[in-house]
Design a protein around this ligand. Structure first.
Ligand code: ATP
Ligand code: MG
Length: 370
């Protein structure tokens, strides 16, 4: 029996609680069958936290999140909360978690399950066996840089409309080095290859990005293969020949775009997991939050239609990156693969040929059985 791993479960809103219920089945299975012990606590985030506490994330929940080995989050938001003040919106709960835990590395795998290869926006031949990982810097760059704002452009006669919108792309070497380290560490456990993407041809922050990633490579990870690519070419290569990549590391803005593009290489939103990692804690493990890429999907909430696989695969990432249980993670991924190969499909995975979809809980049960 291993020491208990502490896990904070935040189901959230919409389909969040439905998909999380299936993850809990999986957690229970690993406890019953693989000698693992999880210390699981449940709490509220987003609209459900607002309904109970009047805020999208209570201070006590925030404090718990800082102490556990991993946080697993379902989804937040819904039309019920549309008219709330900006600071009370469900999404602010998630943003507070990311910010206060300082989760600077966002991991978005794009993995193609063979049974779903025809779901890709690309041809089967291009995506079969695809398994890449995009590491996006999440806490800095143009989304946060100062100065920012929309200003009056004085009475500039050459500016029709008279306003200026400003954002600043700003990266420090320290911010680049720490996310580069995450990427190299991850590559060591995978295909040992990192491709760094920026636009060093037109941006100073891109030049610094390239130099600092190269510095971390030369000084700390000389045995990992490193290449550099301009992000526009990267976008093209991702669609032309995605299997050339193993780990891609890039900034916040380019990572936002590239990870969404990569997601569509594999098919449905209902299949995509993510992790956001911070600095190592005292026990050597990174602070970590795992969540499906999809949102609360209010259109299908409460109907048993949601695909729980994205959330289940997010737990597989927790097994791998927070609990050092890579074998268990692979075992869980194989179970998902098997269930799909056997033909089980939630509604979002139904092709034009149709068929009878399985419900959220049936999909969870089949994965547990597999
Ligand atoms: P957000 O604003 O957080 O992005 P959203 O309301 O836009 O959330 P998403 O969850 O991002 O909704 O997804 C958009 C649509 O994709 C949903 O309305 C739903 O139809 C479908 N979808 C998303 N996740 C799933 C899932 N797990 N299973 C099935 N369908 C899903
Ligand atoms: Mg959306």
């Amino acid at each position: 029996m291993t020491a208990p791993y502490s896990l904070l479960v935040l189901p959230g809103d919409g389909i969040g609680p439905e998909v999380m219920a299936e993850v809990v089945k999986v957690v229970d299975w690993f406890q019953a069958n693989r000698g693992m012990s999880f210390d699981v606590s449940h709490d509220l985030v987003g609209g459900s936290a607002y309904d109970t506490h009047g805020v999208p994330l209570a201070d006590e929940t925030m404090a718990k999140a800082q102490q556990v080995d991993a946080v697993l989050l379902g989804a937040v938001g819904g039309p019920k909360y549309d008219d709330l003040d900006f600071s009370l919106k469900p999404e602010r709960g998630l943003l507070r978690l990311r910010k206060e835990m300082d989760l600077f590395a966002n991991l978005r795998p794009a993995q193609c399950f063979d049974a779903l290869a025809d779901f890709s926006s690309l041809k089967r031949e291009v995506v079969t066996g695809l398994d890449i990982l995009i590491v996006r810097e999440l806490t800095s760059g143009v989304y946060f840089g100062e100065p920012r704002g929309i200003h009056d452009d004085g009475n500039n006669p050459e500016n029709e409309g008279g306003r200026v919108g400003i954002n600043t792309q700003r990266y420090t070497s320290g911010e680049i080095r720490r996310v580069a380290r995450s990427a190299f560490e991850l590559a060591k456990r995978r295909g040992n290859k990192v491709c760094s993407m920026e636009k060093a041809n037109v941006m100073e922050s891109g030049i610094l990005w390239r130099e600092e990633v190269q510095w971390v490579h030369d000084n700390e990870y000389p045995d990992v293969e490193l290449s550099h690519m301009y992000a526009d070419n990267g976008a093209m290569q991702l669609v032309r020949n995605p299997r050339q990549f193993d780990v891609i590391v890039t900034d916040n803005l380019f990572g936002d775009l590239l990870s969404d593009a990569a997601a569509m290489l594999t098919g449905s939103l209902g299949m995509l997991p993510s992790a956001s990692l911070g600095a190592p804690m005292e026990n050597g493990r990174p602070k970590a939050l795992y969540e499906p890429v999809h949102g609360s999907a209010p259109d299908i909430a409460g109907q048993g239609k949601a695909n729980p696989i994205a959330c289940i695969l997010s737990f597989a990432m927790a097994l791998r990156y927070s609990f050092d249980q890579g074998d268990a993670a692979a075992e869980l991924e194989r179970a998902v693969e098997k269930v799909l190969a056997d033909g089980a499909r939630t509604a979002d995975l139904m092709g034009p040929e149709g068929g009878t979809p399985v419900s959220t809980s049936e999909m969870g049960d089949r994965i547990v059985a597999a």
